[in-house]
Design a protein around this ligand. Structure first.
Ligand code: ADP
Length: 396
C-alpha cells in the first residue's frame, strides 16, 4: 500500500511517499517545490518526480493522498476530504488564515487530477480531542462555546509522534501501542503499569507545548487558533483579550490592520526587530543586540511557563521531549529552558546537549530523574499511518 502525504503551503508543495507493503513502513521518496506560482503544474511535477524515481509507475498505484489538515468546524480526527469536510474547513478559514485556504485549494486540485484516489485528512486538532473538558474550555458564556470559541490545540501529528516515540524510548511499549491506537479507542486505553507522563515541546516556526499522559494529550499551549500559546516566528502567541480593542482605538488602526500586525509582525520578529528565524536572532543576540536577546528570553520564559503547567498537572514528568526546527537544533535554547530545574529532578547534560543536527538523543544527565530527549518529529508518517488505518477500516 503506497500513501502519498502532501504538505501544502500557500507557495510550496512538499511530499513524502510511504510504502506499507509486507507490514513494513518505508519512505520511498520525498521532495518539494518552493515559490510555487502554478499549483496544478506543481502537482504534475510531483507525479513526474515520483515516476522518474521509480517510486510509482502511475498515480493509480496510490492508495490515498494524506494531508495534515489544520482545523474544520465540527470535524476532527482522520476523515475523507469530501465536499462536506472542505466546507467545514472553509467555515473556519478565519481561525487559520495562513493554512486553511491553501489546503482547500490544493485538495481540490488533487481531487481534479486524481478523482479515483481517496484524499484523507488528519486534522491537527485530533490529538487534543480527548483532553479533559477543563483544559478545552475558555471561561466564556455558552453562546461563545457554541460557535467554537474553545481551546482546540494544534501540532497534533507532531505531538502524537512524540507520544509514541517517547514511550518506546522509555521502554513502555504498552503506552506506545495505546498512543498508536488513540483514534481507534477514542482516547488512551487502560495501562497496567505506572502512568507515563511526557511533556512534548514542539519548537519551530510555530511552537506549542503539550502534556501527555499515557500517550494522550491532557492539554496544550495553543488554544482556539494557531496564533495563541508561545510566541511564534511572526505571530503573537497569547495576548490579553483587551489588548486588541485597546490597540485599535489608541493606535487608530483598523481591526484588519491590527490582526495583520499580530499575525505577521509580532512574535519573535516583533520583539527582536531582526528576523523571524531563531538562528538570525541568536546571531544578533551574540553580537550584543538587546532586543534580539529579549526575544529569546521571552520565548524561553514562555516555554518554561507551559512546561511548568504540565509538570504540575501530570504530577511530575518521566520525560521532556524537544522537537521541530528549534527544539531539534538549538542546544542553547534547550539549555536555557532546562536551566535551574535541579530541584524538580530536571538536569541537562551540557555535553550530550551539544547536538546541533537533528538526531534522536538523550540529553539529560545520568542522575536526572526526568529524561530529556531530542526527537526529530515525523508528522508525515503519522498522517500516512492514520490514512492507512482509515482505508483499512472503511474498505467497503
Ligand atoms: P515550521 O516552519 O514548519 O515550524 P520547522 O519546525 O523546521 O518548520 O521550524 C523552522 C524554524 O526552526 C526556523 O524558522 C528557525 O527559527 C528554527 N531553526 C531551524 N534551525 C535552527 C537552528 N539550528 N537553531 C535554532 N533554530 C533553528
Amino acid at each position: 500500500m503506497k500513501i502519498l502525504v502532501a504538505n501544502i503551503g500557500s507557495t510550496s508543495l512538499k511530499w513524502r511517499l510511504f510504502d506499507f507493503s509486507n507490514n513494513a513502513e518505508r519512505l520511498l521518496h520525498k521532495g518539494g517545490f518552493e515559490r510555487v506560482t502554478d499549483y496544478p503544474k506543481a502537482i504534475e511535477d510531483c507525479l513526474a518526480d515520483l515516476k522518474k524515481a521509480n517510486a510509482i509507475a502511475s498515480e493509480s498505484e496510490l492508495s490515498a493522498v494524506g494531508f495534515k489538515t489544520v482545523i474544520a468546524k465540527d470535524v476532527t480526527g482522520c476523515v475523507r476530504l469530501d465536499d462536506r469536510v472542505l466546507q467545514a474547513m472553509h467555515d473556519y478559514n478565519g481561525l487559520a488564515p495562513a493554512h486553511n485556504p491553501p489546503y482547500i485549494t490544493g485538495i481540490k486540485l488533487f481531487a481534479q487530477r486524481m478523482p479515483k484516489v481517496p484524499l484523507i485528512g488528519l486534522f491537527e486538532t485530533a490529538f487534543h480531542q480527548f483532553a479533559p473538558e477543563a483544559s478545552q474550555r475558555y471561561a466564556v458564556p455558552d453562546s461563545w462555546l457554541k460557535i467554537g470559541v474553545r481551546r482546540w490545540g494544534f501540532h497534533g501529528a507532531s505531538h502524537k509522534f512524540i507520544a509514541e516515540r517517547s514511550a518506546e524510548l522509555l521502554k513502555r511499549l504498552d503506552v506506545a501501542e495505546s498512543a498508536r491506537q488513540l483514534y481507534v479507542h477514542h482516547g488512551a486505553s487502560k495501562i497496567s503499569g505506572a502512568p507515563l507522563r511526557v511533556i512534548s515541546c514542539h519548537l519551530g516556526g510555530s511552537s506549542s507545548v503539550t502534556g501527555i499522559l499515557n500517550g494522550a494529550s491532557i492539554g496544550t499551549s495553543m488554544g482556539m487558533s494557531p496564533q495563541s500559546g508561545l510566541p511564534h516566528n511572526n505571530r503573537v502567541g497569547d495576548l490579553d483579550s483587551e489588548a486588541l480593542p485597546y490597540a485599535v482605538k489608541t493606535l487608530g488602526i483598523s481591526v484588519e490592520e491590527a490582526q495583520k500586525q499580530l499575525t505577521k509582525q509580532s512574535g519573535l520578529l516583533g520583539i527582536s526587530g531582526v528576523s523571524n528565524d531563531v538562528r538570525d536572532i541568536a546571531d544578533a543576540a551574540a553580537k550584543g543586540n538587546a532586543s534580539a536577546k529579549l526575544a529569546l528570553d521571552v520565548f524561553v520564559a514562555s516555554t518554561r511557563h507551559w512546561i511548568g503547567s504540565y509538570f504540575l498537572q501530570l504530577n511530575g514528568a518521566d520525560a521532556i521531549a524537544f522537537t521541530a526546527g528549534t527544539g531539534e537544533n538549538s542546544a542553547s535554547i534547550r539549555a536555557a529552558i532546562c536551566a535551574n530545574l535541579e530541584n524538580l529532578g530536571i538536569k541537562i547534560d551540557a555535553e550530550k546537549n551539544n547536538v546541533t543536527r537533528a538526531t534522536e538523543t538523550v540529553i539529560s544527565a545520568a542522575d536526572s530523574a526526568v529524561k530529556i530527549f531530542v526527537i526529530p518529529t515525523n508528522e508525515e508518517l503519522v498522517v500516512a499511518r492514520e490514512a492507512k488505518r482509515f482505508l483499512e477500516a472503511n474498505k467497503n
